[in-house]
Design a protein around this ligand. Structure first.
Ligand code: SOE
Length: 373
């Protein structure tokens, strides 16, 4: 397979993370198909040029439709605000391009369904990058191999603290029309994707939403406020199809936490606990053993990929946030060559979207609902 010509739409925080992945993937994963950073697209030419210079994009473009129409583009990567995902992904897929898209897949379940149906004949990928943290992968393997025994309970939290920060610029993430939701789509979507990768589909749930500050000081107009119509906090009780009970909590008001994406899996034979703020570590506890020595063990998680193939550094040399994107991209590229699509696909993104929609409906109804999964 020749080099894959990529067009990336969007150039904010996550555009930088993706650009780094495109730049690095060939260095660390020499066996996967090569990529070419052909064109980066967005609204501000100056912003695009700065990103292109810093990260090696060959061209810039301000009209996304022109990018999608280009015959020399094989794959379109969407890292725009959520409300643009569906329109762009559907257009790109209809033009025969492979489509990679940031999370959450869409602003609504209807949009996510339309994306899956338009892209049924092209390779797709959703950047749920936390799947590719080595410690998360290790947890997955321990569960799959039965080393935690029967799973009793799952507990997940995504804690950030920037919600009340008055100095933070207004952003598309603070409005329902552009972001679809607040923490539910932005943070809880990560928790749900990881949970369903580890333990399978979530069947039913009951949720509560809270908007702690319905008005925020407007940093652009001193003395004025603007209205917030999204969730600042979401709390969910859920039951997986397997019968296991889980809880999910996502908030931007968790004073003291910057980006703590965490989960605990309690099983009959043991427990694992993960915190992204210490992402190279997995805490493990053996339920058996010497009662005097009960407690958790800190495991330094190995490099991602097959154990015999240390893609990054030697064991004991930690990796960071950016590597999760590089590994995700490597999965996608390897899948193109093997014909075994890398996960998460748009179908997986749709499953998360179903749960997000059920959470929203449950919070509105104040009761338990089935997710349809
Ligand atoms: C929000 O603050 C955010 O940037 C999310 O959008 C990302 O998905 C998450 O990885 C870090 O936090």
């Amino acid at each position: 397979m020749g080099a894959l010509n990529v067009a990336m739409i969007g150039y904010g925080f996550v555009g930088k993370a993706h650009s780094n992945a495109y730049a690095q993937v060939g260095h660390f994963f020499p066996h996967v198909p090569k990529v070419r950073r052909r064109v980066v697209c967005g609204r501000s030419r100056a912003g695009l040029e700065a990103l292109a210079d810093a990260w090696g994009w060959e061209e810039v473009e301000t009209d996304w439709r022109r990018v999608i129409d280009r015959p020399d583009i094989d794959a379109v990567d969407i890292c725009t605000p959520n409300y643009l995902h569906a329109e762009m992904a559907v257009a790109a897929a209809r033009a025969g391009k492979m489509v990679l898209c940031e999370k959450p897949l869409a602003n609504s379940l209807e949009e996510a369904r339309a994306m899956v149906s338009a892209a049924s004949r092209v390779p797709t990928f959703v950047w749920f990058n936390y799947r590719r943290v080595p410690a998360v992968e290790l947890a997955r393997r321990l569960i799959e191999e039965g080393r935690l025994g029967r799973i009793y309970q799952y507990r997940a939290q995504y804690l950030q603290q920037w919600g009340p920060d008055p100095s933070r610029p207004r952003s598309w993430k603070m409005s329902r029309s552009t972001a679809g939701s607040g923490v539910n789509g932005d943070l809880n979507s990560h928790l749900l994707d990881t949970a369903m990768m580890l333990l399978g589909p979530i069947r039913e749930l009951s949720a509560t939403f809270e908007t702690i500050l319905p008005e925020k000081p407007d940093p652009d107009r001193p003395g004025e406020t603007y209205a917030i119509d999204i969730d600042d906090v979401v709390l969910v009780q859920a039951r997986f199809r397997s019968g296991v009970l889980g809880t999910f909590e996502a908030t931007r008001f968790a004073t003291g936490y910057q980006n703590d994406n965490s989960f605990v899996v309690h099983g009959e034979k043991g427990m694992v606990e993960f915190h992204f703020e210490h992402m190279n570590r997995l805490e493990y506890a053996d339920a058996g053993g010497d009662p005097d020595l009960r407690g958790t063990r800190r495991v330094l998680a190995p490099s991602p990929g097959p154990p015999a193939d240390p893609y990054y550094w030697k064991p004991g040399h930690p990796i960071g946030y950016e590597h999760t994107f590089t590994s995700s991209l490597a999965d996608f590229l390897a899948g193109l060559e093997s014909g075994e699509p890398a996960r998460p696909t748009f179908e997986d993104g749709l499953s998360v979207q179903r749960v997000l929609a059920a959470i929203e409906a449950s919070a509105a109804k104040r009761g338990w609902l089935e997710t349809g999964l």
